[in-house]
Design a protein around this ligand. Structure first.
Ligand SMILES: [Zn+2]
Length: 91
């Protein structure tokens, strides 16, 4: 398939947890879409700008990264509350 000038093939590149597995098409304005697979196995079609832009930061995962960070924060919060409760109980 012939691609227009300035076209960058991102296949095989990684952006955060995303690995680009295939070209997925193009918007009306010419911006390409890419088929990407997250580390966790989720596949999604992502607009190139969402992968490569730096401000606001690009999408780094399907959402699993954020979920993991949330879980860590929750665990930490539970630990702190748990310690506080123990401290109160032990008087
Ligand atoms: Zn994921």
């Amino acid at each position: 398939m012939k691609q227009p000038r300035g076209f960058h093939d991102l296949t095989g590149q990684t952006f955060g947890r995303w690995q680009v597995i295939a070209f997925a098409g193009r918007r009306d304005d010419g911006q390409p879409y890419w088929r990407c697979r997250c580390d966790c196995g989720t596949e999604k079609t992502i607009w190139q700008n969402n992968l490569t832009r730096s401000n606001p930061p690009h999408s780094r995962s399907c959402g699993c990264l954020r979920r993991e960070q949330m879980r860590v924060k929750m665990q930490l919060a539970h630990q702190i509350i748990g310690d506080a409760v123990k401290a109160v109980q032990s008087g």
